[in-house]
Write a protein that binds this ligand. Sequence first.
Ligand SMILES: [Zn+2]
Length: 168
Amino acid sequence: MRCPYCRHPDSRVVDSREAEDGQIIRRRRACQACTRRFTTVEEAVLAVVKRSGVTEPFSREKIIAGVRKACQGRPVDDDAIALLAQRVEETVRARGAAEIPSHEVGLAILGPLRELDEVAYLRFASVYRSFESLEDFEREIQALRAAKQNEDGGGDPAHNGRVGTAKS
Ligand SMILES: [Zn+2]
């Protein structure tokens, strides 16, 4: 690790401490040349495995960028998106695996995004699940309605619409 002040390649660790429940380690270092101090953060790399088999480090920024795109023109602020990305990161890290398939990252986004904004959710789902037809959207919207009704406590059968799923 080069000294950020003088670019000297050697530094000495003067202090280490764990942060965020042991997920990361911060080290205080002193440059061997200019003696100035700086901090480094060490964190296990969570690799995302893409469909092609290529891996890349998990990036919260990437999630934020993807979700922000889906939220364009929607009443969703940046704080909510940042919070969502944090939740997604916690979900995927909680598995404790060193590698995670990219589709599982996508799945971890869908749940909280649905709570945040249904239109953004549909946009994201249409890309993520590669919707190809109106029927795909219709199916997803029906699933959204059904889920909403369940959350509302079963709902009123009279409002189940033309699908006619009401039971007596
Ligand atoms: Zn230095």
